[in-house]
Design a protein around this ligand. Structure first.
Ligand code: T3D
Length: 258
């Protein structure tokens, strides 16, 4: 049985983690399906933006803890390297924006998946929970890199060390989510935001995502140079010419990704 749904409509791919009875906890199969889905949307020129969400009342409860009790589980460090790190790398290197529609609790590596999205909307009642410490583990799947950059070091330390839940409202206050909306409106709002992004110039969006990520390890001087180089690339696209033509002709641009 597939544990994930991938639907494409109007240039937006919606990926739904689909094990609601287990709060979309990550089995090996689900991790492999998610990586395959990310690779598929990366390769599909029709897809210009992605929504990642969960089925039912949770976004994702992290590693499926029951699977870890099965005979001969993969050693933890190997599992992280083999199946978690590639997911986070695939999300961050995807040249298309990912909107996280955080419909409910995002715990453990489920929170990490939420942090690895480019922007997040949350349903009222959603929460973020670095549940790792409760089972004697350390935050993984990029959580210790992404969270301090998203909410600041002090808040990240509190959440990582105490395992306290961050409510959707507090996540909005800390800038982790851009908006909190009623549960029933979440998917529609996330898809509308993704559709708006999908109408943008694909190359410029991809380069913007790259510039933002590269800034974390760069000095101002290095980043100024990165921006100049990326602007050279963006400025050479047909979409840039189309953007200027549309401005002058007072009409909406029709970006093609060329
Ligand atoms: O291990 C490795 O490979 C290394 C990688 C580690 C990465 C990680 O993600 S470590 C962290 C793993 N996740 C957790 O520790 C979170 C565990 N879950 C919870 O703490 C709670 O379920 C929640 C706070 C997320 C939600 O609580 P609540 O009260 O709303 O729901 P619940 O009743 O606990 O769960 C509902 C069902 O989902 C329940 O099943 P049942 O009894 O109705 O058949 C529960 O067992 C199942 N479920 C929830 N989380 C998981 C899970 N089943 C398997 N694995 C889970 N992580």
């Amino acid at each position: 049985m597939p544990a994930l749904r991938l639907e494409v409509a109007d240039a937006v791919a919606t990926i739904t983690l689909d094990r609601p009875d287990a709060l979309n906890a990550l089995t090996i199969a689900l991790k492999e399906e998610l990586l395959a889905a990310l690779e598929r949307v990366a390769a599909d020129p029709e897809v210009r933006a992605v929504v990642l969400t969960g089925a039912g009342r949770a976004f994702c409860a992290g590693q499926d803890l029951r699977e870890r009790l099965e005979p001969d589980p993969t050693p933890l460090a190997d599992e992280i390297r083999l199946r978690y790190n590639p997911l986070i790398r695939a999300m961050r290197s995807l040249a298309k924006p990912i909107v996280g529609a955080i419909n409910g609790v995002a715990a453990g590596a489920g929170a990490s998946l939420a942090f690895a999205c480019d922007v997040r909307l949350a349903a009222e009642g959603a929460s973020f929970l670095l549940a790792f410490g409760r089972i004697g583990l350390v935050p993984d799947s990029g959580a210790t890199w992404l969270l301090p950059r998203l909410v600041g070091g002090a808040k990240a330390a509190e959440l990582a060390l105490t395992g306290a839940a961050l409510s959707a409202a507090d996540a909005e206050r800390f800038g982790l989510v851009v908006r909190v909306v009623p549960f029933d409106a979440l998917l529609g709002e996330a898809q509308a935001l993704a559709a708006a992004l999908a109408a943008g110039a694909p190359r410029a969006l991809a380069l913007t995502k790259r510039a933002l990520d590269e800034s974390w390890g760069a000095t101002l001087d290095e980043q100024l140079e990165t921006e100049a180089a990326l602007q050279g690339e963006a400025g050479a696209t047909a979409d840039h010419a189309e953007g200027i033509a549309a401005f002058v002709e007072r009409r909406p641009p029709r970006f093609t990704g060329e």
